[in-house]
Design a protein around this ligand. Structure first.
Ligand code: BGC
Length: 256
């Protein structure tokens, strides 16, 4: 059985930031929002304001996940949730037009070229949008002013960048050089945290913040993902931690 978790209390409803989320389904569509992660697949149904209509459900991501297995897993998760009119999926890799290009932590060799949006549409009979997970997360947290950057600390290292609220190109910083001969994901992903321990991992997160500041001159940096809560040192004033539920809440904004 999927595990459920109570929706975290949000300070500010998405209503104040999302206007007119009219979708194919009409004026008040409900959105099934799915966050596919390297460790868990999470889902909930959101109203047009981005409020969860049901506790989030979560299942472990099976080892050696195949695209077909992912689609049936989503089908099973949905059985426990209220009705919905459209579907948003945050996927941990590069996605173009609903088709997966890379899935570093799931197996690019199995997912490359798979039209995930179409397969889910066929299974659930509703319109589906699939985008990179860090892009979806960012949609839920940015305020719409200046250069805002979002990183996610989980199995992998996610990143997205926004200018005045508009999503910029997806850069896949995870696999770019960070320090020595290592990439951001080599040093900041879950495998690195397990290998190095929390303290060295946290030190590298702080180094990454400065490296990203030099790269993008962000006005604000948001840190999400399941491991963000492990950061216990004081962050610079222009950096903040955001709730991991943003990975789901951002699903509404894919349809804005
Ligand atoms: C992938 C990114 C993804 C991140 C977080 C990385 O390995 O390359 O596309 O956003 O993991 O899931």
């Amino acid at each position: 059985m999927p595990r459920t978790k109570k929706p975290a209390k949000k300070k500010r409803s998405l209503l104040s930031r999302v206007r007119g989320t009219k979708g194919a389904a009409g004026a008040r569509p409900a959105t099934l929002a799915i966050d596919v992660g390297g460790s868990h697949v999470k889902a909930s149904v959101l109203d047009e304001r981005g409020r969860m209509l049901h506790d989030r459900v979560r299942v472990d991501t099976p080892k050696r996940l195949t695209p077909q297995k992912l689609v049936s897993l989503i089908g099973e998760l949905v059985a426990t949730l209220p009705r919905f009119d459209r579907v948003s999926v945050g996927f941990p890799g590069v996605v173009r037009g609903g088709v997966v290009r890379t899935a570093p932590n799931l197996g690019t060799e199995r997912f490359h070229g798979f039209n995930l949006a179409r397969a889910i549409e066929k299974r659930l009979g509703k319109p589906v949008r699939v985008e990179n997970d860090a892009d979806v997360q960012g949609l839920a947290v940015v305020k719409g002013k200046g250069v805002e950057m979002v990183i996610t600390l989980g199995t992998g290292f996610g990143s997205s960048i926004f200018v005045d609220g508009r999503l910029g190109p997806h850069l896949e910083l995870a696999h770019h050089a960070f320090r020595k001969d290592k990439t951001y994901e080599d040093e900041l992903g879950e495998a690195a945290r397990e290998r190095d321990g929390n303290e060295p991992w946290q030190k590298h997160v702080f180094e990454a913040i400065e490296s990203l500041r030099n790269l993008t001159n962000f006005d604000h940096l948001y840190i999400g993902g399941g491991n963000a809560r492990l950061l216990d040192e004081k962050l610079p004033p222009d950096v903040s931690i955001v709730s991991n539920t943003a990975g789901i809440i951002g699903g509404v904004r894919l349809w804005a």
